[in-house]
Design a protein around this ligand. Structure first.
Ligand code: HEC
Length: 143
């Protein structure tokens, strides 16, 4: 993970004016990954940027990926296609999540947009393949 300091200034009112205090401990993850970075985890792939819309605050598609992402996916019926489950352990092709990421969700009777949705770049193929691999392995709990 590549971290870049978040340019955040804490304004402290001191008599006549404001004093800017940099907050050195605060970082944002740019998502940029260098050669020396460890491989991205499936959990991270399913949260960035997904949790922007899929959180307890804004559970788009009635799906929360911020809290208990695995539990909210595995053997949970897909809202956008109630004939399918979001994740069927061992079977990526039967998992609605995979079709939403690949953009084949309409072909299997689903609805809505390809994820991560308008305004966001499609996931890289290797990221989708990591999700498929995780499902093929039985969708085990994240470490
Ligand atoms: C910009 C907001 C937004 C982002 C970012 C986003 N989603 Fe969604 N997602 C939605 C909305 C809205 C729906 C419901 C409509 C639809 O199915 O397109 C949805 C639906 C879904 C569904 C179907 C749920 C169901 O039961 O029918 C899945 C699976 C899903 N998203 C996964 C993801 C994943 C994984 C990511 C990140 C790679 C992601 N989404 C990023 C807005 C978003």
């Amino acid at each position: 993970m590549r971290l870049v300091p978040l340019a955040l200034c804490l304004a402290a009112c001191t008599g006549g004016g404001f004093v800017s205090v940099p907050a050195p401990g605060l970082f944002v993850d740019t998502g940029f990954r260098g050669d020396d970075d460890p491989p991205e985890s499936v959990e991270a792939i399913l949260q960035n940027p997904c949790a922007v819309c899929h959180s307890d605050l804004l559970a788009a598609g009635q799906l929360n990926l911020l809290v208990q992402p695995r539990e909210n996916l595995v053997n949970e019926r897909a809202v956008g296609n109630p004939t399918m489950f979001r994740v069927v352990p061992g079977d990526p092709d039967a998992s609605y999540l995979v079709h939403k990421l690949r953009g084949t969700h309409l072909e299997v009777g689903g609805t809505g947009e390809r994820m991560p949705g308008p305004g966001y770049a499609d996931l890289q193929l290797w990221q989708i393949q990591m999700v498929e691999e995780w499902i093929r392995d039985g969708a085990p709990p994240f470490q």
